[in-house]
Design a protein around this ligand. Structure first.
Ligand code: NAD
Ligand code: ZN
Length: 379
């Protein structure tokens, strides 16, 4: 099968790899029709992780089931399924509680499993023609009859839509509240969408990319371009000095590289300043245990110059971590099905698998207009 393989930092290649196949009785085999490039792939691509060369990337996957293991009885050949990026077993103490992002079986001792991801188990990614799905009965979301027609919407259920929603859950967004979001990438845009689904009255989105901020505005948010003035001051001005009720971090460690040591206004500290006293911050941006590729010395060690004193003084709270995709994706799927959510509105490019290396290059450079890339293997 053809697949996108990680050779090393900023070096990915489409090549012929051994076909993915059923390895265990609980596996499902999927022919991938849509697979996205994610901001999280850039942690590997930019050399922020210790990803082994030769691994297939891709954790935002959708396709058709073409084979099932002997012990699979819910999923059938021919089902069109979206695959949550988390791989869970369904029966450990965390999966039982809906915390499928922290499965204790698939990657013992660390932080759950995922397809094509450093530090999250040996699982191959879906930027390929075929994907093996472990514990298939648990890890496939069977899509409704409009699956093919709305493929570019449903594929967002694998990660960024539930992740954006998770940011608003962690931040405790309630009807009528104001929300500040750092990052207008796909995750930040989905967090803004989710905040409005939850009934937020006003959503501020801070970034430096005009094209992404325009999408935030289209969603109904108030865009704040922090190249045109201090984003923190602007949010405080717009909230009469009090800050927003809730905040979402949708950037992650890359903010350290953007500001460097001299300007330590990390997004986490921006949130401490722009969320009101007693407000909650939902952090879904990835902060890696170690970030060998970072320019900032603290970030290299996985540490953050976090203003804990101010955070404590304001009585704020933080929720962190990966999205437990399964906990949300059925209800978000229903919103797509009835036309109340259209996450494909952020898609900027629909390309073939062969075009993936140039897509990585442009998405990584945050080249104007490259907001979300969808790859179509086999087309
Ligand atoms: P992205 O890189 O496309 O978007 C990030 C955006 O943040 C960019 O538009 C960038 O300009 C902006 N940014 C950088 N520094 C900033 C700063 N100091 N202030 C404001 N904005 C700043 O990535 P994405 O796909 O949107 O993902 C965002 C983050 O979410 C990444 O860290 C990704 O790994 C993470 N993520 C987490 C989960 C999860 O389950 N928790 C899932 C998916 C992605
Ligand atoms: Zn992703």
């Amino acid at each position: 099968m053809k697949a996108l393989v990680y050779n090393g930092p900023r070096d990915v290649q489409v090549k012929e790899m051994p076909d993915a196949k059923i390895e265990k009785e609980t596996d499902v085999l999927v022919r991938i029709t849509t697979t996205n490039i994610c901001g999280s792939d850039l942690h590997m691509y930019e050399g922020r992780t210790d990803m082994e060369s030769g691994r297939i990337l891709g954790h935002e996957n959708l396709g058709e089931v073409i084979a099932v293991g002997k012990a699979v009885d819910r999923i059938k050949v021919g089902d069109i399924v979206c695959l949550p990026f988390n791989i869970g077993c369904g029966f450990c103490a965390n999966c039982e509680r809906g915390l499928s992002g922290f499965c204790l079986t698939v990657n013992p001792g660390t932080a759950g499993g995922a397809y094509g991801f450093a530090g999250m188990g040996p699982y191959s990614g879906g930027q390929a023609e075929l994907l093996r799905v472990p514990y298939g009965d648990y890890n496939c979301l069977v899509l409704p009859e409009d699956a093919k027609e709305k493929e570019n919407d449903y594929v967002m259920l694998s990660d960024i839509f539930p992740t954006g929603y998770h940011a608003t859950e962690l931040a405790g967004v309630k009807p009528g509240q104001t929300v500040v979001i750092y990052g207008a990438g796909p995750v930040g845009l989905m967090a803004a969408t989710s905040a409005f689904i939850k009934g937020a009255s006003q959503v501020f989105v801070v970034d430096s990319h005009k094209d992404r901020l325009q999408l935030a505005e289209k969603i109904g948010a108030t865009p704040i371009d922090d190249t045109e003035g201090d984003g923190v001051e602007r949010v405080l001005e717009l909230t009469k000095g009090q800050g927003a009720d809730c905040g979402c971090e949708c950037v992650g460690y890359q903010c350290c590289d953007r500001h460097g040591k001299e300007v330590p206004n990390l997004t986490m500290n921006n949130l401490v300043q722009t969320v009101k006293a007693t407000g909650t911050i939902g952090t879904v941006g990835v902060f890696l245990p170690k970030d060998p590729g970072a320019q900032d010395d603290l970030a290299k060690e996985g540490k953050l110059a976090f203003d804990f004193g101010q955070f404590w003084f304001k009585g704020q709270r933080i929720g962190t971590g990966q999205a437990n995709v399964k906990a949300y994706n059925r209800m978000l799927s229903n919103l797509i099905h009835v036309g109340k959510a259209k996450p494909s509105m952020i898609v900027s490019h629909e390309l073939s698998l062969e075009q993936a290396p140039e897509a990585y290059e442009n998405f990584d450079a945050r080249k104007k207009g490259w907001t979300k890339v969808i790859l179509k293997p086999g087309k």
